[in-house]
Design a protein. Structure first.
Length: 376
C-alpha cells in the first residue's frame, strides 16, 4: 500500500506538470484522463450530448474536494475560489482567483462580468458550499449562484470508493488526496442534466430550491433545508462533546476515578455531568446525570435546569456546612428554576420566548437570581 501511494504521488506530480504545460484542449484533457486512470480516478459520464449545451453556469452537488477537477476533465470550466488563501496552492488545485475578498454581492458582480465575456469557459459552482458523501441528502442550496445568469445546467455527481468512506467529515483536502492515492480506485459518475431556465418573476431563492429538488430526484436522495453553516455548527458540537478535559483528581474526561472503570457510556455521561456542574455548582450531580441520560446534550440540560423543567433542591458546598434553608433561600432557589420574579420585577418565563431579545433578558434575570442565591 505504501509503495502504491508513493508511485501515485509521483504520477500525480506529472499530471500536474502536464496540465500546467499544455494549453486547454481536447488533447490535454485526454492525456490527463489517461494518467488519472493510472492514479485510480475513473470518470464515467451519462448523456454526454447534453454536456455544455449552451449553458454558461454549471450547478453540481459537492462530494469531494476534487469535483471541479473531475468535471474539468470532461469539459472546459472554471470554479472560483471562495475560501482559502490565494496563491500557488489555490492555483495548483485548479481554482480560479477573482481577487474578490469582499461580500457575496461583489463576488456575484465579478462572476457576472466574467460570464458576460463569451471567450471565457463556463462556470462550475457548488451551491451546497460544503462536501457531503452524497448518500443521504443535499444541503440547502445558496441563492447567490443563481443570481449570475437566468439559465443553469445541473450536474449530478456520485462517487464510489472501496474500503474507505468518501468525504469524511472535517477531513482536509490533503487527507482526501492521500486516501485517493492509497485506495485501489475511485469512481466518479457524472450525469449531465438538461438546462433549467429561470421562470418569469422567479426569485433566486425559489430558483435555487427548484434546481435542488431536481438534483435530489436525479440522485435519489432527500432535499434538505440544512445549510453548510448548520453542518459546521453540528461538527463543533460533536467535537465539544467528544473533548474530554482533564482536571486535578479526575480521570480522563473530567470523570472521577471511581467512574473511570465504568462503561464507555457512563464515562461519557460523567464527563458531560462535570461540565454542567462547573456551570451550575449548586445542582446535585445525580440530578444532572439523570437529565443528561434523557437529553444527551450539555446545553439542553443546562437550559432545562435554568428553566425549571427539572426540579431539584440546591445543595451547599459541603454537607452540613449550612443550616436548613430559610424562607428567603428557598424563594431564591425556586427563583432559579423560573418560578420567582427577578430583581427587575419582570416575571421570568417558564418557556423559551419567541423573541431572541426576550430570551436574552430572561436568561440575564435567571443569572441574577442565581448570583443572589450564591451570595446568601
Amino acid at each position: 500500500g505504501l509503495c502504491l501511494l508513493v508511485l501515485r504521488v509521483f504520477i500525480g506530480v506529472h499530471v500536474f506538470l502536464v496540465s500546467c504545460a499544455l494549453p486547454d484542449s481536447v488533447v490535454r484533457r485526454f492525456i490527463v484522463r489517461v494518467m488519472c486512470s493510472v492514479l485510480g480516478l475513473l470518470v464515467r459520464q451519462s448523456d454526454p450530448r447534453l454536456r455544455g449545451a449552451g449553458a454558461r453556469v454549471f450547478i453540481a452537488n459537492h462530494v469531494t474536494p476534487f469535483d471541479h477537477n473531475v468535471v474539468s476533465l470532461l469539459t472546459s470550466c472554471n470554479t472560483p475560489a471562495l475560501s482559502g488563501a490565494p496563491g500557488f496552492i489555490c492555483w495548483s488545485r485548479g481554482f480560479m482567483e477573482l481577487g474578490v475578498t469582499g461580500s457575496r454581492a461583489e463576488l456575484v458582480d465579478s462572476l457576472k462580468e466574467y460570464s458576460a465575456q463569451q471567450g471565457n469557459p463556463p462556470l462550475l459552482l457548488f451551491p451546497e458550499e460544503a462536501a457531503t458523501n452524497g448518500r443521504a441528502g443535499l444541503l440547502r442550496f445558496s441563492s447567490w449562484p443563481f443570481s449570475i445568469l437566468d439559465e443553469v445546467q445541473p450536474i449530478a455527481l456520485q462517487v464510489r470508493r472501496p474500503l474507505v468512506a468518501v468525504s469524511v467529515a472535517d477531513s482536509s483536502w490533503i487527507t482526501e488526496l492521500l486516501w485517493t492515492f492509497f485506495v485501489p480506485f475511485t469512481v466518479y459518475q457524472v450525469r449531465w442534466m438538461p438546462s433549467v431556465p429561470r421562470q418569469a418573476d422567479e426569485r433566486s431563492e425559489d430558483f435555487a430550491l427548484r434546481v435542488q429538488e431536481l438534483l435530489a430526484m436525479e440522485l435519489g436522495v432527500v432535499s434538505t433545508r440544512i445549510t453548510a453553516a448548520d453542518r459546521t455548527e453540528h461538527m463543533k458540537r460533536l467535537r465539544h462533546t467528544a473533548r474530554l478535559p482533564f482536571a486535578p483528581g479526575e480521570g480522563p474526561g473530567g470523570v472521577p476515578p471511581s467512574l473511570s472503570g465504568g462503561a464507555p457510556e457512563d464515562v461519557r455521561v460523567g464527563a458531560m455531568a462535570q461540565q454542567v456542574k462547573e456551570v451550575l455548582p449548586h445542582v446535585p450531580l445525580e440530578v444532572i446525570r439523570t437529565d443528561l441520560v434523557q437529553t444527551n446534550c450539555v446545553d439542553t440540560t443546562i437550559a432545562n435546569l435554568l428553566e425549571g423543567r427539572v426540579p431539584f433542591f440546591p445543595e451547599s458546598k459541603e454537607a452540613g456546612d449550612l443550616p436548613a434553608p430559610s424562607t428567603s433561600q428557598a424563594a431564591a432557589a425556586s427563583g432559579i428554576q423560573g418560578s420567582v420574579a427577578a430583581p427587575s420585577s419582570k416575571p421570568a418565563t417558564k418557556q423559551f420566548a419567541k423573541s431572541p431579545v426576550e430570551r436574552h433578558l430572561s436568561l440575564q434575570e435567571r443569572k441574577r437570581a442565581l448570583y443572589d442565591y450564591a451570595r446568601r
